[in-house]
Design a protein around this ligand. Structure first.
Ligand code: DI6
Ligand code: FE
Length: 412
């Protein structure tokens, strides 16, 4: 039997399929994966691999680990300026909230991002995205939220889309105009939310620039009532929603997000049981962001036990941003998800593959090694999937396939 349509076969690999419900990591100890064009055509034990034609490229993995390519489902990687001064201020005793309330924080990045040219922003965004790609990431979410006016929010989303055109990465964009109240609307948050709903969101939707809509539901952000209004507007344009919820306080944002069938609720350090239950019922993914927890030296842990108990799918992402998580590494976040949040390495890997895909509405296409899914795969320089979380800085891709085609990697 020949399989002329196959373009590539990887044999003798430790295949972590990341499929749920079977062995840990969905592991196939001595496995093989065949690719046809851009899709996975076959996966199973090496001994059962059907014969293939001589024209198929065959890689012998010699026992190395093969996983789905990683997905970073929460980033804010388009920004200008730097917040290192704020880092110093926090070390001198200031808090993230006081800096935000006195015009620093997000608003300082807004000023720098408004002033930057598209070329500069694209160059900066690509530089950061490349760091993620070097770790085996082939799909990222990018939020706006440092424009807070029509022109700059659209500029950010356009740049986010451009990142997906100039680099080998699939980009999902999220409109986060409700990230902070801009200076033009100081003390008029309701008016700003109306402007987002009536002007910014419709324009982003009309240009096809946003795949989803997000907001920062927090004392220093937006109230649940304002978020509700935004989510209703998003639904009118057929856009998915997600929410920064319960990061610094419990606003019951996760339950609100679940009521609106949000793809994800993110951060969640202050989530309560009602919130977890609502998320489970709605299938809303819990996106944990240990980098922000670490960088802000938060002490309240997200309730991982509750998430497990109620079967809420858990994703792990970098939150890459200039203020609370200037850490351009998804693998570091997987490591911190284990050390700080006590996720298992299996949960951390599922969180950066299967559940990250789900948090972006891409579960049918990505996130596991299964026949028919997109052939975005990483062959690593390590043998066991726990090594990806256990050994920060030591695991790297030795072969990266995107849409079934090998990409340049940084080596061993
Ligand atoms: N929560 C965060 O951690 C980031 N945004 C948000 O809503 C921080 C953004 C920043 O400080 O620039
Ligand atoms: Fe964020």
């Amino acid at each position: 039997m020949t399989h002329d349509a196959w373009t590539r076969v990887i044999r003798n690999a430790t295949v972590a399929t990341c499929v749920a419900g079977g062995p840990r990591y969905g592991l196939i100890e001595r496995g093989a994966v065949a690719v046809a064009g851009g899709r996975i055509a076959w996966v199973g034990p090496d001994t059962e691999l059907p014969a293939q034609s001589d024209r198929v490229a065959v890689d012998d993995a010699s026992g190395a680990l093969l996983t789905p390519a990683l997905i970073d489902c929460h980033t804010h990687l388009v920004w200008a300026g730097s917040r290192h001064r704020e880092f110093e201020q926090r070390l001198e005793g200031a808090t993230y909230e006081t800096i935000a309330r006195t015009g620093g924080g997000i608003l300082s990045t807004v000023a720098a991002t408004r002033a930057a040219t598209e070329d500069t922003l694209l160059e900066l965004a690509c530089r950061r995205a490349r760091k993620l790609l070097a770790e085996g990431v082939t799909c990222i979410e990018i939020k706006s939220g440092y424009g807070l006016d029509l022109k700059t929010e659209l500029k950010m989303l356009r740049i986010a889309r451009r990142v997906g055109e100039v680099l080998p990465v699939t980009v999902r964009t999220t409109l986060l105009a409700a990230h902070a109240v801009p200076p033009e609307f100081e003390n008029r948050a309701d008016d700003y939310v109306a402007h987002v709903c009536d002007v910014i969101l419709p324009a982003a939707a009309a240009e096809g620039l946003a795949d989803a809509v997000d907001a920062f539901c927090e004392d220093i952000g937006f109230t649940p009532a304002q978020v509700e209004r935004l989510f209703k507007a998003a639904r009118e344009f057929g856009l998915s929603v997600k929410l920064h919820a319960e990061q610094l306080s419990n606003q019951h944002g996760a339950a609100l997000a679940a009521r609106h069938r949000a793809l994800s609720a993110d951060h969640l350090e202050h989530l309560d049981e009602d919130g977890a239950r609502a998320m489970a019922a709605a299938g809303t993914v819990a996106v944990l962001l240990p980098g922000a927890f670490y960088f802000l030296r938060e002490t309240r842990l997200p309730p991982v036990g509750l998430l497990r108990q109620h079967d809420v799918p858990i994703a792990v992402a970098s939150d890459l941003n200039p203020g609370s998580a200037p850490l351009a590494s998804l693998l570091l976040n997987m490591n911190m998800a284990c050390t700080l949040f006590r996720l298992t390495p299996e949960e951390a890997l599922a969180g950066a593959t299967r559940n990250a895909a789900r948090a972006l509405g891409l579960a049918a296409e990505r996130g596991t090694i299964e026949t028919g899914k997109v052939a975005d795969l990483v062959l690593w320089n390590v043998q066991h999937p726990a090594q990806l979380s256990a050994q920060y800085g030591l695991a790297s891709p030795r072969l990266l396939l995107r849409d079934g085609a090998p990409q340049g990697t940084t080596g061993q």
